[in-house]
Design a protein around this ligand. Sequence first.
Ligand code: Z5A
Length: 227
Amino acid sequence: MLFFNIFLKSGLMKEIFKGKFITFEGPEGAGKTTQIQLAAKTIESYGVQCLLTREPGGTPLAEELRNIIKHYNGDEKISPETELLLIEAARSQHVKHKILPALAEGKCVLCDRFTDSTCAYQGGGRHMNMENIRILNEFAIAPLKINATILMKLDITEGFKRTQVRYGGKEVFDRFESQNLEFHQNVMDGFLQIAENEHDRVAVINAARSIEEIHTDIMEALYELLR
Ligand code: Z5A
């Protein structure tokens, strides 16, 4: 009986996760990369192949754009409009050349940041027009739709502390990390606003706990959002 139940559950989970597009969002250091890897392991145990990817980036060209978006340091400043268009250019390439083909093969695609990051960082952080961002997001990803999003909620100062540990205490900031606390608080508020408006798609997970506790909550939330 136990074996039969496990067999049934695994078959059900396979159906739930096959060909799904799942995004992970949140502030810096929230643990997205850590959790996306654990989620992939669990989903693969159901017999579904996973593709892990990230934004900005994910294809060779998009990764080149990522490098500019994160680290460009020339005298000519990148305007907020240019930053937004570079992110959307990388995204369009990523969706067409990597995400859509993988979904067509029935893989479960797990993406570290996606369109909600644009609303939160470029909209909330850089105060760019939300309607323009919405139109550009749609233009870059159509016909792709997100099936479920995990928003990892963490106090921004806690996130900074975690990334400092990763950098061994050295201050190596990219163009986003070097923004002030107000910028990062606006980003977090932007994420929470999205979750409030779209609770059928977005689950908010308290990321200030142990890695195992967070993983358990994420898998439960994904089951609820996708079933
Ligand atoms: N960006 C944008 O502006 N607009 C957009 O549309 C998109 C992106 C798509 C990408 O940065 C930047 O691009 C991002 C926004 C912008 N910049 N910021 N800030 P990235 O990809 O390089 O970095 P990130 O997305 O911010 O991720 P991160 O800093 O690497 O953090 P994370 O992936 O969420 O966390 P992690 O690497 O899994 O964990 C961080 C550390 O904490 C690490 O040492 C872990 O071992 C530790 N950790 C993880 N979980 C825990 C728990 N539960 N307890 C304690 N410690 C933990």
